[in-house]
Design a protein around this ligand. Sequence first.
Ligand code: ZN
Length: 375
Amino acid sequence: MTAHLVTNVGELVTWDADRPVMHDAAFVVEGGRISWFGHRRDAPAADTSSDVAGAAVIPGFVDSHTHLVFAGDRSAEFEARMTGEPYAAGGIRTTVAATRAAPDELLAATVARHLAEMRAQGTTTAEIKSGYGLTVLDEARSLAIARGFTDETTFLGAHVVPEGTDAAAYVELVTGPMLEACAPHARWIDVFCEDGAFGEDEARAVLEAGIAAGLLPRVHANQLRHGPGVQLAVELGAAAADHCTYLTDDDVEALAGSGTVAGLLPGVEFSTRQPYPDARRLIDAGVTVSLATDCNPGSSYTSSMPFCIAVAVRDMGMSPREALWSATRGGAASLRRDDVGHLSVGAKADYAVLNAPSYVHLAYRPGVPLVAAVV
Ligand SMILES: [Zn+2]
C-alpha cells in the first residue's frame, strides 16, 4: 500500500480526543485512510508527499440534510417572500409538480451539479432526501437516483400531503406501497412533523412503519413553531431532530438526555427571515448539535457549509470551533458515521485544504471561497 504524506499543514483539525487541533502538522494517507498524524518534524517516511505551504486542513464537511432531487426554480417565490409574504410549507407543492414532470436524466444531472457545487465548498459527505415526488413511482425513482450518488439516502414521502389527497389516505400510502417501493433505495425514514404537514400521530405512524421496514428514523421537527416533533424523535431513538428552531425547556432536556442529534439549518432562517435556532442553549445543555444546509429550492437554496458556519457563529451563539465541529463531526454523528467528519487515525481521508492559515477564517471571512482543494 502506498503512503502519501501531506506536510507543512499550518493548522490541522483532526477532532482527535488528545490533539483535536494541531499546528505545524503533517499526516499520512494509506489506502484512503489516515494512518498517521502529528508534528511535521516527526513525520515518517512516505512514498509520495505534498506540501500545503502552511494552509489549514479540516475534515471534509458532512452535510447531513439536503433535498437535492428536484426540478424547477422558485426564485420568484423567494423574491415575493423578501417583499413581505410569509413562508408556508405549501410551497413544496410547486417543486413537486416540476419534479414529477422531469425525466430521470434531468433529475440526476441536477443532483450531480449540486454535489459538485458542494464539493467545491468542502463537502465530502452528503445525505439526500426524496420528498418532491409524493407518488410511489416518483418517490422510488428519486431515491434510486440519489442512491447513485450517496449511501445516505432518506425516504421523505411524508414531506407534505399532495394536493387533492386526503391526509389519512396519504399516510396509508406512505406507510404501505410507497415505503415498500422506496425502502430498498433508502437508509433513513424522515417525516415533516409540523402544522400544515404531518401531526404527531401521523408522524409516528410514518416513522414506525419505516423502522419496521429496516430504516433508521430522523425527523423534521419544530421548524415553524413549538410542536411534538422533537419529543417524538427522542422517544423513537431517531438519529436526528432537524430544525429545532422552536424548543421548550422540556425539548432541550429530552435532547440532552438522548442519542438524538439536534440538526440546525441556518440557511432556512436566513432565507425565510425567521429567528435563528439558539445553538448556545443546546450546547450548554449538553445536546449534540449538527449544522447542515437543508439545500432545497424553497426554504434554503444554499449548498455552502462555510456559509452555515458563518451564520451560526454570527447569529446562533456558536464559537468558530463549535461551528466547525458541528459541520463535520456533528454531521457524522447525525448520520451515525464514525469514519467521516474527523481526521484521526482510521478515518477516511476526506479533507479540505483552505486558502487560509486557520479554520477560523470560515467565519471570519464570510462569503469568500476559502476551499483551495478537496480530497
Ligand atoms: Zn429539510
